[in-house]
Design a protein around this ligand. Structure first.
Ligand code: ACO
Length: 323
């Protein structure tokens, strides 16, 4: 049986840091309000001219170096993003160009904050059908470009960043001890489109629009509505909240993360939380948190890791892998 394994991780955050105190000079908010409601203290903001593909390329280069894999071996670049450089071509193709890849194939995947879990699952499927042998799976977003900087209910929540993994394949016996992606489950429910969306887009207004959100409804769904995908990956693998080693959820808000962990019976020591320093970087939060966890030697060989994400759509998904 062929399984996708993560060969290396990388991440990139823009140099400019915007603290809660900085934000309090822009809108009527305070460090106390933001920290109490979200756990966020600061976020990184892309410089003028620094685009999603630049962040993605830097994260990808770090992941390739960590994996010891050359660009000539990469036959798929899959970039999860809701903030591409341009309407077309895809930013994945820009990443190919910036890395110097001219073979294989590349495309963007749009599932907003669930994008990385979606992309990992899609890449795994492509690897198992033999369409790709080594892939770069990247989550990168520059939400600073689509925020309404006068709207305190949204502009305090997001930041820019990118995370990437190099995916390869490993032949195994198909036992539960195998490494790699063991199970994944994806969902979307378009009835909730308006709960978290932009108020424009290329075909709607001819401009990207700004982020709009019903915060409390999204909060409730993020904690309580994603049980089906978690149940599915637990049932497929036989693991549960107490037997996994690490929980790496989408990093939108510390209260959502803690609420989800409690519901799943996962002790907080097993939860990777990076939202304090990055805010919500949309598709980038999980690979950013994973890279932090790998580089700080938290996630180690054979550890069982659960990813979980929810985002605009609404979309949601979960994946379990053995490191
Ligand atoms: N600073 C100060 N006051 C604020 C701010 C702010 N930045 N934003 C809103 N307020 C005010 C509101 O205007 C309101 O004032 P009022 O009572 O006078 O009307 C008051 O604070 C309470 O507002 P609520 O919306 O009820 O605050 P709530 O406790 O729900 O917290 C929050 C808001 C943090 C957005 C919360 O709903 C949340 O975390 N939702 C999840 C949203 C999220 O994380 N989305 C990210 C994308 S989705 C995802 O990735 C899962």
């Amino acid at each position: 049986m062929i399984r996708s394994v993560i060969l290396g991780t990388g991440s990139y955050l823009p140099a400019k840091v915007l603290t809660n105190e900085d934000l309090a000079r822009l809108v009527d908010t305070s460090d106390d309000w933001i920290v109490q409601r979200t756990g966020i203290r600061e976020r990184h903001i892309a410089a003028d001219g620094e685009m999603t593909s630049d962040l993605a390329t830097a994260a990808a280069a770090n992941a390739l170096a960590a994996a010891g894999v050359g660009v000539d071996e990469i036959d798929l670049v899959l970039l999860a993003t809701a903030t591409p450089d341009r309407t077309f071509p895809s930013s994945a193709v820009e990443v190919q160009r910036k890395l110097g890849v001219s073979h294989g194939f590349a495309f963007d995947l749009q599932a907003v904050c669930s994008g990385f879990v979606y992309a990992l699952t899609v890449a795994d499927s492509l690897m198992r059908t033999g369409l790709a042998r080594k892939a770069l799976v990247i989550g990168a977003d520059t939400f600073s470009r689509i925020l309404d900087w006068n709207d305190r209910t949204t502009c305090v929540l997001f930041g820019d960043g990118a995370g990437a993994v190099v995916l390869g394949t490993e032949e195994g016996e198909g036992t539960s001890d195998d490494r790699g992606l063991l199970a994944a489950s994806l969902r979307a429910d378009g009835r909730h489109v308006d709960k978290l969306c932009t108020d424009g887009g290329p075909s709607m207004t001819g401009a990207p629009g700004h982020v709009r959100m019903h915060g409390q409804e999204v909060f409730k769904f993020a904690v309580g509505g994603v049980g089906d995908v978690i149940k599915s990956v637990f049932e497929a693998t036989g693991f549960d909240g107490s037997s996994i080693d690490w929980f790496i959820p989408h990093q939108a808000n510390r209260r959502i993360i803690e609420g989800s962990a409690k519901k799943l019976g996962i002790p907080l020591e097993k939860v990777i939380i990076t939202v304090e320093g990055h805010a919500n970087t949309s598709a980038a939060t999980i690979p950013l948190a994973l890279d932090f966890a790998v580089r700080s030697s938290k996630v180690k060989r054979d550890d069982v890791v659960l990813f979980e994400a929810v985002g605009g759509g609404l979309t949601w998904g979960a994946a379990i892998l053995r490191w």
